[in-house]
Ligand binder design. Structure first.
Ligand code: NDP
Length: 318
């Protein structure tokens, strides 16, 4: 497993990492989570992604339980959480916010559910137009000073918002955001390839990218209908079917290219994400152990992805 620096920080993260959205607490219980985490670790994965809001806090509990039962030492893994939506219903100050009160309490809740003294990475899960960026930067910087997190970053922030946060931290001598977590896959490219282009050099931004298979669309699993139990059948994920229909021809071509390369369709799609040098780590998702094993095989696809083939994919999904 190759390891990359998380942007300009000194932290090394595995080329492929593993996250728990939709799956942990819903499709995956502690038993399967344990198996998945161990399969990932055996393949060299060292980063595990989570968020307060996943399964209303249950995803953090499951990851924490699984890691404890596996007996992993704290120095062996990098773990994250993300804060923004809150899990206390519609209580004022506790939802859809990055204000100081929410953030300082939310991190304590996440640490309690994970059963940890600190997370390695903490993210502002979305931007909050109703809180001054300066207040948010102070809160994340303080979390780090208090030893509750080691690095902080953003998720789905605009380039302007990320730069504003970085500049405030720079001026005030606070902890700077080191990473952003954007969606990045063959169907979703603009932020990573265009909008953020200047940030890599200017502020050393690292990327931990999400939904590399566009929720499964890029495995080709939706080409002949909607498989029973797949994510598209779950409440709130109906748009997957629309995306699959809109991109049917391109995904069929992806299937053909993968066959020629003797890798699975999903592996080729994952390798394409990993081939972008600005991507520090590609966060994999999987609802079963078998899916995760298949997806970790994307390293083979990465070895076979020549610049010519990558260009073909760039053009196919332009
Ligand atoms: P993907 O786009 O890779 O989708 C994963 C899903 O696709 C699986 O749960 C499974 O769904 C299906 N799938 C995966 N592999 C296979 C396979 N080999 N064969 C068939 N089906 C497969 O990633 P996610 O959307 O899960 O995102 C990955 C991680 O990124 C999350 O766990 C989370 O940590 C992070 N994330 C962050 C966000 C943010 O806002 N910062 C937002 C979303 C995710 P099924 O079997 O149910 O069909």
């Amino acid at each position: 497993m190759p390891y990359n620096r998380l942007g300009s920080s000194g932290l090394q993260v595995s080329q492929f990492s593993f996250g728990s959205w939709v799956t942990f607490g819903d499709q995956v219980d502690t038993g399967i989570a344990k198996e998945q985490l161990q399969v990932a670790a055996d393949a060299g994965v060292n980063f595990f992604d989570n968020a307060e809001v996943y399964a209303g806090g249950r995803s953090e509990e499951i990851m924490g339980e699984a890691i404890r039962e596996l007996g992993w030492k704290r120095h062996e893994y990098v773990i994250s959480t993300k804060l923004f939506w809150g899990i206390n219903g519609d209580m004022v100050n506790m939802q859809n916010t990055l204000n100081r009160k929410y953030l300082m309490q939310a991190i304590d809740g996440s640490l309690e559910r994970l059963g940890l003294d600190f997370v390695d990475l903490v993210y502002a899960h979305r931007p909050d137009p109703n809180t001054p960026i300066e207040e948010t930067v102070y809160a994340f910087s303080d979390m780090i000073e208090q030893g509750k997190a080691l690095y902080w970053g953003t998720s789905e922030w605009s380039a302007d918002e990320i730069r504003a946060a970085w500049e405030i931290a720079d001026r005030r001598n606070l902890r700077k955001p080191v990473m952003e977590q954007p969606q990045y896959n063959l169907l979703h490219r603009n932020k990573v390839e265009d909008e953020f282009a200047r940030l890599y050099g200017d502020i050393g931004l690292g990327l931990t990218t999400w939904s590399p298979l566009a929720s499964g669309v890029l495995t080709g699993k939706y080409l002949e209908g909607v498989p029973e139990g797949s994510r598209a059948t779950r409440k709130g994920h109906g748009d997957i079917v629309t995306v699959a229909k809109e991109n049917e021809d391109r995904v069929r071509e992806l299937v053909r290219m993968a066959e020629e390369l003797d890798v699975s369709t999903g592996q080729l799609a994952l390798a394409w994400v990993a081939a972008n040098p600005h991507v520090s780590t590609v966060i994999l998702g999987a609802s079963s152990v078998a899916q995760l094993e298949e997806n970790l095989g994307a390293l083979t696809a990465l070895e076979r992805l020549t610049p010519e083939l990558k260009k073909q994919l760039d053009d196919l999904f332009a």
